[in-house]
Ligand binder design. Structure first.
Ligand SMILES: *Cc1c(COP(=O)(O)O)cnc(C)c1O
Length: 401
């Protein structure tokens, strides 16, 4: 195999043209606000080492990740724009934060003190964004109505600590993708708490820095809430944060990832015979069964047993029997000419046929986010740009150069 070659057993085709298109839509929707491209979880399974530098090249202003290793990974891939870690980094890693100029979420007074002490020991100053919990119920200085004054007092104290510099302030919405009256009211309440705490900081002589609260749904559905920066994740990858009109009607997106596999064997199955573990599929009549090379270890969820479908030769074929670790069988009786080596689309487009990540998610009882994030390391990522296969990435054979 040459360096850029990967085994075409099961793989993901990723369109950078689609990423560029989505980014431009988002940039237009964001107005004057900066755009932080959220590339956590390996860019939602799309490969952060490719996605982050590409998004920087098309104009992303910031990057959002969940942890230090993701931040270091995208720095290594050449990203020079600021990076914010949303989650917690143990203060022992203050040196890495400082050395690689990574901004850390600061979410409680205790944590602020620990970070401050670690930074002072190093003689470094760490950039942080204060994270307020306005109703999500996870990390953040709690800004419920009862705790407003405490949150303000704690934020003030955090800001005054040596070794940390507050360059931004943020919060996160929990139901910005839901259209119900209750959810809309909740999002507005979260936004109100956030803008009030930012204003109170200002009034107390503290600069909140860059204020940001909108995830994908927030920036699409609540333009008035974009503030200084927005944090789109899922829509960069061409998927909507929810499958409802409230979000899908706002901007047009182009899906980025398609998952493929191949037919490994075709065989007749006599009426009454069974397929796969647990014998969950029994042929009602004489049928043709195609084995494919994708399984749950690739990220094709086992809940798709007897429920999912794939595309073979431009036609839909239903999953027959249990999804195995490395193989899944399809019933292809009515699809003429299926043979070993045929390309199969697990989700994505093939001719006029299309299976969305949302369809796969719905059948597996989850959300599209999980379908793309679940794509495992065993699945090479193949990148296309302007009609060319510009790069392939194989996690199993990847080595530091
Ligand atoms: C994941 C995440 C986002 C992006 O959310 P999407 O719904 O994918 O747009 C934004 N902000 C924070 C803090 C996140 O954790």
């Amino acid at each position: 195999m040459t360096e850029n070659e990967v085994l075409r057993r099961t793989w993901a085709d990723i369109s950078l043209d689609a990423v560029e298109y989505n980014f431009r839509q988002i940039r237009a929707a964001a107005g004057p606000a900066k755009v932080m491209a959220v590339v956590k979880a390996d860019a939602y399974g799309h490969g952060d080492r490719m996605m982050a530098p590409f998004l920087e090249s098309v104009g992303a202003d910031w990057f959002g990740v969940s942890n230090l290793e993701e931040a270091l990974g995208i720095r290594e891939s050449g990203v020079t724009k600021p990076i914010l870690i949303f989650g917690s980094t143990p203060p022992e890693y203050a040196y890495e934060l400082a050395k690689w100029d990574i901004t850390q979420a600061c979410y409680s007074l205790d944590y602020a003190k620990e970070l401050s002490a670690a930074a002072v020991k190093l003689g470094a100053v760490l950039n942080v964004h204060l994270k307020f919990d306005t109703g999500m119920g996870r990390i953040g200085f709690v800004v419920t109505d009862d705790c407003f004054d405490t949150a303000l007092a704690e934020a003030k104290e955090a800001v005054s600590l040596p070794g940390i510099r507050v360059t931004g302030t943020f919060t996160h919405f929990s139901v910005a993708d839901e259209a119900s009256e209750e959810s809309v009211a909740y999002t507005k309440m979260q936004f109100d708490r956030f803008t009030r705490i930012c204003a109170a900081m200002k009034a107390a002589g503290i600069d909140p820095g860059i204020r940001h609260c909108c995830n994908s749904a927030g920036l699409m559905c609540y333009p008035e809430m974009r503030l200084d920066m927005v944090r789109p994740g899922i829509i960069l990858y061409g998927l909507y944060p929810a499958d409802n009109e409230f979000v899908t009607s706002k901007i047009k997106l182009s899906p980025v990832m398609e998952m493929r596999t191949v037919v490994t064997m075709v065989k007749p199955l006599a009426a009454g015979s069974t397929v796969s573990y647990g014998r969950r599929y029994t042929a009602p009549e004489d049928e043709i069964i195609a084995s494919t090379a994708v399984g749950y270890a690739d990220g094709y969820h086992r809940l798709l047993t007897n429920r999912g479908r794939m595309i073979v030769r431009g036609q839909y074929a239903k999953v027959a029997g249990s999804v195995c670790m490395d193989q899944t069988m399809l019933e292809v009786t009515d699809i003429p000419g299926v043979k070993e080596g045929d390309r199969v689309t697990v989700f994505g487009r093939d001719g006029d046929a299309f299976i969305s990540a949302d369809e796969v998610a719905a059948l597996a009882g989850t959300i599209n986010y999980e379908v793309v994030c679940a794509m495992s390391r065993r699945v090479p990522r193949c990148y296309y740009y302007q009609g060319e296969n510009i790069h392939n990435f194989d996690y199993l054979r990847w080595k530091e150069k």
